[in-house]
Design a protein around this ligand. Sequence first.
Ligand code: FAD
Ligand code: FES
Length: 324
Amino acid sequence: MDPLPADIHQTCETRSARGVFETRVVANESICREHYRLTLAVDEFPLAHPGQFVQIMCTDFSDAGWTGGAFIRRPFSIGGLRRRAGNGISPPTRRGRPASSTVELDILHRAIGIGTCWLASLRPGDAVNILGPLGQAFPMPAAGGPPALLVGGGIGLPPLIWLAETLREAGVPAIAFCGARSADLLPLTRDPAVACRPDEPTLSCREFAGSGVPVLVATDDGSLGAHGLVPDVFADYVDRRRERFAGATVYTCGPERMMRAVAEVCRRRNLSCQVCLERMMACGMGTCQSCVVRIRDGSAPDGWRYRLCCTDGPVFDARDVIWE
Ligand SMILES: Cc1cc2nc3c(=O)[nH]c(=O)nc-3n(C[C@H](O)[C@H](O)[C@H](O)COP(=O)(O)OP(=O)(O)OC[C@H]3O[C@@H](n4cnc5c(N)ncnc54)[C@H](O)[C@@H]3O)c2cc1C
Ligand code: FES
């Protein structure tokens, strides 16, 4: 009982296409007080890039009908994607079919409502239906320039984790600034052997350290890393090294207020900034018009137009966004 039109069910022969996929849960680990890392395996998945997302069917549909969860799919950034030969993953216990798995996707999720609590209940072997990849990816900077600067807050970190890995593969160095309200709400795995310094990025968080990207953690209450809001900590760090970061590209994802502040920091310092926006979404594919964002457009009568976060975004150039 899939509510999607038949034409979007694809088998990925066109590797850049989106499709609907039955995946299997490999792991669903708690990483901090409210966040989980869900790893899904699937036989094949189209070409995808950091910034893109999937719509997850956060419910069980069995022959007996609906058995709990959310009726409408929920959007989640792809937090990592690994293409592997071989198998080793056990068959599903819910709707789905056993097969040799070659692609693994990471989804970091925060349990806040009906769909995400359903996700938090998943166990290895369970089947999960996803639609994707959707949306526009982050543009990549050219190699040989200054380090890319990644600024994330809370559950905005997943697309930046995958971006860090992609930047490393492209030979672009990066530094991450990661904010959370408190240490127990930081959705990253700490390496106890590496100090988390308040003034200097270190390889203290495994998700970024794996890509060689040092992290400066900022917490609102000062319980870990620098004490303060991540846009302020980021601005202070950049201001003390202006020459080094001249011409750098900043990538940000997190609560809208945080991204807006990061965009303002960048505007004042003439740094290019890409924002990964979040809107309430229903279809995720440009049909329902529920996810509009006001974007500057000199050719429009009022100087702006509505764009769709799901298909025109979620990544936009910060200079174009008219913040709510
Ligand atoms: C492009 C995109 C990428 C996202 N990536 C991630 C991700 O990687 N990890 C993650 O945990 N979450 C992510 N989100 C947010 C996630 O989609 C919502 O948290 C999820 O839809 C909540 O579903 P629910 O059924 O658990 O909550 P509901 O029961 O539907 O709602 C619970 C509460 O959360 C609010 N809420 C629901 N969705 C949103 C939203 N999109 N923005 C603001 N408030 C909302 C509701 O108003 C309500 O107050 C992303 C959203 C978008 C648009
Ligand atoms: S979510 Fe339906 S148009 Fe964007």
